[in-house]
Design a protein around this ligand. Structure first.
Ligand SMILES: Cc1cc2nc3c(=O)[nH]c(=O)nc-3n(C[C@H](O)[C@H](O)[C@H](O)COP(=O)(O)O)c2cc1C
Length: 249
């Protein structure tokens, strides 16, 4: 099997792409959604649990309590320190052991298939543009200069709030980096890995008092093209928009 084009994983990836001219989704039966909770008619025993702590845990319980998807951003730009902290929170190298450079987020087989791209829309001291995060160097390399906010929002099925974020993190998975070991199963791991990145980015944003929202609804090839990816050997899997929250009241 060649990783990029053959196999059920690549086929699934292709067949589930959102694309212009392809119906986005069937109309769900809104009146009859499946139940959110599973209920057994009977349990052998029910164990009541004590109330969780929502305050301690070195601040983590509070962050988890407050985490919410926030889509309203103020004009305040992200600072370089905030951006740096967010990037560290998702892909910071925290240990070197047995030939691996382990990072802040878990990855199947420590293969780290996801590359981080940043669409900088309002970041202090940075020109608007598209950047690639160099994990080892801890620096951002510019790939394209300009205001891509409208273009990106349009490629995310017209979700205009995305254009008002300070920066949008885009994860592109290098399929072969994971399929080399896991073959078709790699496609599961690309997404699971990206889920970890999105979750950690949201918690880190919360810790910095920033607003964030993950994005899974996008036209795959249009976002890939914007970033400069071929959309096959490296596929866009997930995005998260981050910015200073709009002040309420
Ligand atoms: C995989 C995934 C994809 C998502 N895609 C979008 C999206 O495209 N647009 C959006 O506005 N929110 C998106 N969300 C945010 C969800 O709508 C949100 O997490 C959900 O409503 C629960 O709200 P909460 O995150 O505030 O707890 C996504 C979340 C996840 C986990």
């Amino acid at each position: 099997m060649t990783h990029e084009s053959a196999g059920i994983g690549a086929h699934y990836q292709e067949a589930t792409k959102y694309a212009r001219g392809r119906p986005i989704a069937h109309e769900p039966a809104w009146a009859t959604p499946p139940p959110t909770y599973k209920v057994y008619a009977e349990y052998l025993q029910v164990v009541e649990l004590p109330e969780p702590d929502t305050d301690g845990g070195n601040g983590l319980w509070g962050l988890l309590s407050r985490r919410r998807s926030r889509r309203e951003f103020s004009e305040q730009p992200l600072s370089m320190a905030e951006l740096s902290q967010l990037l560290w929170a998702i892909q910071g190298v925290t240990a070197e052991q047995e030939g691996f450079e382990f990072r802040t987020a878990a990855s199947a087989g420590a293969l780290y298939p996801n590359e981080t791209y940043l669409v900088a829309q309002r970041v202090e001291g940075m020109m608007e543009g598209i950047y690639h995060y160099m994990v080892r160097e801890r620096s951002l390399g510019m790939l394209a200069e300009g205001d891509f906010s409208t273009h990106l929002a349009e490629a995310c099925l017209g979700q205009q709030w995305i254009a008002r974020a300070g920066a949008v993190f885009v994860w592109g998975a290098v399929v072969a980096r994971c399929a080399w070991k896991y073959q078709n199963r790699a496609y599961r791991y690309l997404y699971l890995d990206a889920g970890h990145l999105g979750a950690q980015l949201q918690l880190a944003s919360e810790a910095l008092g920033l607003a964030s929202c993950n994005v899974g609804a996008f036209l795959d090839d249009e976002v890939a093209q914007l970033i400069g990816l071929d959309g096959h050997s490296e596929v866009v899997v997930y995005l998260t928009a981050v910015g200073h929250p709009a002040t309420t009241g």
